[in-house]
Ligand binder design. Structure first.
Ligand SMILES: [Zn+2]
Length: 173
């Protein structure tokens, strides 16, 4: 090894150790903490901005058929954002396979989801929606894994997945 390669080796070593620390330190995540104010636009505003099927889920509270969403199988690192306004909804770290055929999460990104009770199935269920645009996302149940015991059962059509190596899209309105 000559002097030049020795120096190059010494210089790359710290960089490599930083990379390995990052990958050993747990999953990477997008910076999702962001300030936002709820939008005050009518639901019809989104009609030409999302697909017809996504509109039915987001703004008419339809439920997509179980097993129909390709997002159910996504297990890469990244962030799931609202398909309408792009507000981050879930970190991939909170995703788990519930076996239901819908993308399922143990918890949403704090402060980004709002809830209400609905009685569409006769018994009360907790509906949840994007805190920014009001777009319906899914229902939360109390049969999820520990420690929180929550299962946030989401329509894939109401989400868009952004892999960790892509920049989150700007919020839209
Ligand atoms: Zn939204």
């Amino acid at each position: 090894m000559n002097r030049r390669t020795l120096i190059a080796g010494l210089m790359t070593f710290p960089a490599l150790s930083v990379v390995s620390r990052l990958s050993l330190g747990g999953a990477q995540t997008h910076e999702v903490a962001m300030k936002f104010t709820p939008l005050e636009v009518p639901h019809s505003y989104w009609r030409d901005k999302v697909s017809a099927q996504a509109y039915e889920v987001l703004f008419e509270e339809a439920t997509e058929p179980a097993g129909s969403s390709p997002l159910d199988d996504v297990d890469e690192e990244g962030t799931f954002v609202c398909a309408a306004c792009y507000l981050p909804m879930f970190d991939s770290e909170s995703k788990f396979d519930s076996g239901t055929g819908w993308p399922s999460f143990t918890q949403p990104i704090e402060g980004h989801m709002a809830t209400k009770q609905d009685f569409k199935m006769i018994w009360p269920r907790t509906e949840y929606h994007c805190a920014r645009c009001g777009g319906h996302q899914g229902h939360v149940f109390n049969d999820g894994p520990p420690p929180r015991g929550e299962r946030w059962c989401n329509n894939g059509l109401a989400l868009r997945f952004v892999p960790i190596d892509e920049t989150l899209p700007e919020l839209r309105a």
